[in-house]
Design a protein around this ligand. Structure first.
Ligand code: ATP
Length: 332
């Protein structure tokens, strides 16, 4: 089903005709994809993928293995090109000299020169990046007790991640793309690096797109979320609004009964254990009596969508990509 056919979802909870509020997301978005697709030979990695991420958000990028997260990051960094649709970063096509200056990308394999020392790596970063801030790079490296004289090739995976993150942050990008940055970092360093990342983002209003399979970790840092399922946008929007639009229902029903009152809600996931039925739903008009109703955590919501790729997509107003008419009006 195409995302466009779920357009009515976006006005959920608001009476017809409610004007869209003028907010920061009316400006140029940090990242916008319109019908974005990418093929590798004949294999579809992404297709018909549309969303926008407003500037200044910390956006968690979630999806099962092979969902297209790394492909999306590489497209946004301008390392590969779309095979259909379009993507813009900070209002520009990715990969131009200007957008390369404004965007930093930390790939999953964190490529660095193994023969250079940490100090030489930072010096190279300074020479290549006009907006370089040495104090940020040194702060991140020192926090990890990394000797500046150590060769990068002799560092552990987590230590190399720290150097790569120091490079990315010191560049002072407007958009920071982080592909599973913490996967090989120990818990203490993870907390430290996340703290450094959040402090930098808050101070400079940096937009961050961060992919991770550790949902609880994202819960603490993200105010926006983008969930891809098999190459398409399944869920996108402000975390607060997404949480607001979902409810967990728990009740007792005969095992063979379908979820009762389907006209009252869109079901994302229904699970049964004996006669107990647990459902994550998007209430349309309310919830019938007889259910225990709870507010789900972000982890609950993300897990349900990950387990239910056939769930109806939800793209909230602030995450909705521009239409072709909008882009023409913006003069693109
Ligand atoms: N260079 C490539 N050549 C061929 N196929 C590729 C290439 N890169 C990715 N793919 C395919 O594209 C699909 C999406 O891959 P991608 O790496 O973007 O997913 P992902 O969501 O980042 O996965 P993971 O969570 O495992 O890192 C997969 O089916 C993958 O096999």
């Amino acid at each position: 089903m195409s995302e466009a056919s779920h357009a009515a979802e976006d006005s959920f909870g608001h009476p017809p005709g409610t004007p869209t509020p003028l907010t920061s997301y009316d400006g140029v978005p940090a990242l916008e994809a319109i019908g974005l697709g990418r093929l590798y030979r004949r294999r579809r990695a992404l297709w018909d993928c549309s969303f926008r991420i407003p500037t200044g958000r910390i956006c968690g990028l979630v999806g099962p293995n092979g969902a297209g997260k790394s492909t999306l990051m590489a497209l946004a960094a301008g390392l590969i090109r779309p095979t259909s649709g379009s993507i813009t970063v900070l209002g520009e096509p990715p990969g131009t000299p200007s957008s390369r200056r404004r965007v930093a990308y930390l790939a999953q394999d964190k490529p660095l020169y193994p023969r250079l020392t940490v100090a030489e790596t930072l010096r190279l970063g300074r020479e290549l990046n006009p907006g370089w801030r040495q104090s940020t790079a040194e702060h991140v490296v020192r926090q990890g007790d990394l000797p500046l004289t150590a060769r990068v090739g002799s560092l552990s995976g987590g230590q190399r991640t720290r150097v790569a993150l120091a490079l990315a942050l010191a560049k002072q990008p407007e958009l920071l793309l982080l592909d599973e940055p913490m996967s090989d970092v120990d818990p203490v360093s993870r907390r430290q690096l996340t703290g450094a990342l959040m402090a930098e983002a808050a101070e400079h209003g940096t937009t961050v797109l961060i992919s991770s399979h550790v949902l609880r970790e994202l819960e603490g840092i993200c105010d926006f979320v983008l969930l891809l399922g098999a190459g398409r946008t399944l869920l996108a929007g402000e975390v607060d609004e997404i949480l607001d639009r979902h409810r967990l229902l728990v009740g007792t029903h005969d095992a063979e009964d379908p979820l009762p009152e389907p006209e009252l809600h869109d079901a994302v996931e229904v699970r049964r254990s004996g006669r107990q039925l647990t459902a994550l739903v998007r209430p349309l008009v309310g919830v019938a009596d007889g259910w225990e109703v709870a507010a789900p955590s972000l982890e609950d919501v993300l897990m349900s969508y990950l387990r239910s790729p056939e769930a109806p997509p939800l793209i909230t107003a602030s995450a909705r990509a521009a239409t072709i008419r909008d882009t023409a009006r913006r003069g693109r």
